[in-house]
Design a protein around this ligand. Structure first.
Ligand SMILES: C[S@@+](CC[C@H](N)C(=O)[O-])C[C@H]1O[C@@H](n2cnc3c(N)ncnc32)[C@H](O)[C@@H]1O
Length: 231
C-alpha cells in the first residue's frame, strides 16, 4: 500500500469522503488516504493528524514527495486537537484503530467538532461501543459497510449529526444498516463469530470458578443474538 495504491479497506473509506471535502484524517500514519484523495482531486484540502513522531515524519514525507504542502497540513497532535477552526473541516476520518480508541478520540476531542462534519470511521473491532457513542451524541449512521481483506473483516461506519436517534442493543451490536442489508460478508462474519463465541463459552464452562458470572452471561447473550440473527 502507498499513496498511489490504497488497500481495499482504505479505498472503501475513500469512497465515503464527499467530493470537495476539507478532510481531517486523524491517526493518518503515512498520510496515504489524504494524499491519494488530494492527488485524485476528490478533496479540496486536508489535515493529517498524528500523535506519534515516527508516523508524523512519514506523513510529512509523503506530503512533501507529492508536492502537496500547500494543500495538506500535517500536525503532531493527540486526536481531534489536530483540527483548528480555521481549517473549515467538513469530514473527519479515523481509521485502523480499535473502536474504543476511536470513541475516546471523539469524546475527548468534542470541543473540536462543529457537528457539521461527516464522520468516516473504520474501527478494528469495538464497533458496539463506538456506535453507542454515536447514538449518545446525536449522530445517525448514514452508511455502513463490511469488507474482508487478508482474512480480516473491516467495518466502515459513516455518521452525521442529525438530532436524537435511538438504536436497540442488537442494532448497536450488529450495525443498524448492516442488519437490514444482510450482505453475504455480514452473514459470513457472524457465522464465524458465533462459532468463536460457542468455543469461548465451552472453555469458560470448563474454567467456571475463575470467570465472573456476568462475563459468561454477556457472551451467552451475544451468542443468542447471533444465533437469532442467523436463524
Ligand atoms: C494502525 S495505524 C492506522 C493508519 C491509517 N489511519 C490506516 O487506517 O491505515 C493507527 C495510527 O493512529 C495513530 N494514533 C493512535 N492514537 C492516536 C491519537 N490519539 N491521535 C492521533 N493519532 C493517533 C497511531 O500513531 C498510528 O499511526
Amino acid at each position: 500500500m502507498n499513496e498511489h495504491t490504497l488497500s481495499l479497506r482504505l479505498e472503501r473509506v475513500a469512497a465515503n469522503v464527499p467530493h470537495g471535502a476539507r478532510l481531517a484524517d486523524i491517526g493518518s500514519d503515512h498520510a496515504y488516504l489524504p494524499v491519494a484523495l488530494m492527488r485524485r482531486g476528490v478533496i479540496a484540502a486536508a489535515v493529517a493528524g498524528e500523535v506519534a513522531t515516527t508516523p508524523f515524519h512519514a506523513a510529512q514525507r509523503t506530503v512533501r514527495d507529492n508536492g502537496l504542502e500547500q494543500h495538506i497540513t500535517v500536525r503532531l497532535a493527540d486526536g481531534l486537537a489536530a483540527i483548528e477552526a480555521a481549517d473549515g473541516i467538513t469530514a473527519i476520518s479515523v481509521c485502523g484503530m480499535g473502536g474504543e480508541t476511536i470513541r475516546d478520540i471523539l469524546e475527548s476531542g468534542k470541543a473540536h467538532l462543529s457537528g457539521q462534519e461527516r464522520l468516516v470511521l473504520q474501527p478494528n473491532g469495538g464497533e458496539q461501543p463506538l456506535r453507542q457513542w454515536l447514538m449518545d451524541n446525536g449522530y445517525s449512521i448514514s452508511s455502513e459497510e463490511l469488507l474482508r481483506e487478508n482474512r480480516f473483516y473491516y467495518e466502515i461506519i459513516v455518521a452525521e449529526r442529525a438530532g436524537p436517534v435511538v438504536y436497540s442493543a442488537e442494532q448497536l451490536y450488529f450495525g443498524p444498516l448492516q442488519m437490514q442489508a444482510r450482505s453475504p460478508a455480514f452473514i459470513a462474519k457472524w457465522q464465524r463469530m458465533l462459532h468463536q463465541k460457542q468455543k469461548t463459552l465451552a472453555s469458560l464452562e470448563r474454567a467456571r470458578q475463575a470467570v465472573p458470572e456476568d462475563k459468561v452471561q454477556e457472551i451467552a447473550r451475544q451468542a443468542g443474538w447471533i444465533a437469532q440473527l442467523l436463524a
